[in-house]
Ligand binder design. Structure first.
Ligand code: ADP
Length: 482
């Protein structure tokens, strides 16, 4: 028994109260007697008793109700109920309430001390168990914290050793993780970037353009160019609940390869032009040299067809070369609806031959563009031409032009073969022909690459939405003000 344990006697004045007070004092306990609700509350809060004995009736109130309230607030405080009579259900009620025990007359001194000591021992065991549990939980939390610190270090080590630049930001674009490669890429002296706003810490226009793009639209990558010729592909990835990450890959060697390839194609195309012109010229002259047999005429026709095909290819390649090199600088006021009319005219025969239902819808408020009319015509020719080419007989093609803010939206929709989802991202690449093209439609795979280059040089965007077997819609956005 702990000598200092304080027992709170919450009983109305009576001989029993006196007996308890004497007995417990004699047994070495501290004893406090309270006579009303207020005194009881004060003692519990301030004196912190080790145990409380409460009368079945106390200060005109029900001892059970008072005990229920106290146990709700102090669930570990042992409470013994004193009842005047040991009625039938008393023991059960006491247990149900969560009290430690009860006392009834006739009372011997030993009954009181035994019950108090038993309740205290039980409360002590409960306390010990609680302390052990708390300790156990705390130490397992500490273990977890150690583990997550180790994980954190592992992650930092991995990111530090990645060759690509990695920047992880919070929602406010403040850097929370950055690797050494980033400082090397941007040639930053200040290595302490963590905690700073990415825009202030890395003042690079291309990187800022990427962040602006990532906020405003679906495009999440941007090339970062340096004066010394290095080119990086910077990609933005949103990270849920954290913010986002930028990864930067060195693509300088790919760019160089691409340049070499373009130079090569350009030179070859250029060199092919003169012999092709000669072939075309001579095939026309042959007919004038004298009468030809039916077979000779047929072979000559095929020869001209093939030479024409190569000429178109070579012209497309030269166009692409010029567009990619940024030579498309001619800008005039262009009324798209007029250009569209001319474009549709050239497909008249094909439309009739395939019985295609062609419809057009141009918004009355369509603004004029500052653009190169020849290139815009070429873009429409390619898109409308493809729609007709990849749509079977009796299908339909719909061209619409509308305004959204300061942007013109052109949609070329067909009910054709469609493009499989995995190929949709590639159809704008040079020479790429999707698997649907294998079914007989002639082409070089350059039309959409030219469309993309034209749209790019007018600061626009182009993409396709398509379902195999149902049709495709090519969408072009062109800003009316560059
Ligand atoms: P091509 O000369 O082969 O038509 P393009 O560059 O114009 O080359 O188009 C690339 C590929 O995209 C085509 O080969 C075809 O597979 C696909 N494609 C283009 N337009 C359509 C369309 N309207 N419907 C279905 N597939 C299309």
């Amino acid at each position: 028994m702990a000598k200092n344990d304080l027992i709170l006697l919450t009983l109305d004045p009576s001989p029993v109260l006196d007996l308890m007070e004497r007995t417990l004092t004699a047994a070495g306990f501290g004893v406090a007697v309270v006579h009303d609700r207020l005194g009881m509350e004060k003692s519990i809060q301030e004196a912190i008793p080790a145990l409380m004995i409460i009368g079945e009736k106390f200060s005109g109130e029900d001892g059970f109700s008072i005990s229920r309230e106290i146990l709700e607030r102090f669930p570990t405080l042992p409470i013994i109920l004193y009842a005047d009579k040991d009625t039938n259900g008393l023991a059960r009620s006491v247990l149900k309430m969560g009290m430690s025990g009860y006392l009834c007359p006739p009372l011997k001194m030993s009954d009181i001390t035994d019950e108090v000591q038993r309740s205290l021992a039980r409360a002590r065991k409960l306390g010990d168990w609680l302390r052990r549990e708390v300790k156990r939980t705390t130490s397992s939390l500490a273990e977890k914290a150690d583990l997550s610190e180790a994980e954190h270090q592992k992650l930092e080590a991995i990111i530090a050793n990645i060759q690509d630049g990695v920047i992880v930001m919070d929602r406010h674009r403040n850097i929370i993780l950055v690797n050494r490669a980033v400082s090397d890429i941007f040639d930053l002296d200040d290595l302490d970037l963590v905690g700073r706003s990415v825009i202030d810490a890395i003042p690079n226009e291309d990187l800022q353009a990427l962040l602006a793009r990532a906020t405003n639209g679906p495009l999440k990558y941007h090339e970062v160019n340096f004066n010394d010729g290095r080119v990086y592909n910077a990609q933005y990835t949103p990270i849920p609940h954290i913010g986002g990450a930028i990864t930067m890959q060195d693509i300088s060697y790919l760019k160089e390869l691409d340049r070499l390839k373009s130079d090569f194609i350009h030179t070859i195309s250029h060199d092919l032009r003169s012999p092709l012109t000669a072939i075309m010229g001579y095939t026309e002259l042959v007919e004038r040299t004298g009468p030809l047999t039916h077979n000779q005429q047929e072979f000559l026709r095929r020869l001209q067809g093939s030479a024409q095909h190569i000429t178109t290819l070579v012209n497309d390649l030269l166009d692409l070369g010029r567009l990619d090199a940024g030579f498309d600088t001619r800008r005039e006021t262009v009324h798209l609806d007029n250009v569209l009319k001319y474009s549709l005219d050239i497909f008249d025969n094909q439309v009739k031959k395939k019985n295609i239902k062609l419809s057009v819808n141009v918004a009355p408020n369509l603004k004029a563009l500052r653009a190169n009319p020849i290139r815009i015509r070429q873009m429409l020719d390619n898109l409308v031409g493809n729609a007709i080419k990849y749509t079977p007989t009796d299908g339909s093609v719909h061209v619409s032009m509308s305004m959204e803010g300061e942007q013109i939206i052109i949609k070329v929709k067909d009910t054709g073969v469609g493009i499989p989802p995995e190929e949709q991202g590639r159809v704008f690449e040079k020479f790429y022909r999707a698997s649907n093209a294998a079914r007989g439609a002639q082409g070089s795979g350059l039309g959409l690459a030219i469309v993309k280059s034209i749209v790019d040089s007018h600061q626009g965007r182009v993409w396709v939405e398509s379902t195999v077997g149902k049709g495709s819609t090519f969408i072009v956005l062109l800003p009316t003000q560059e």
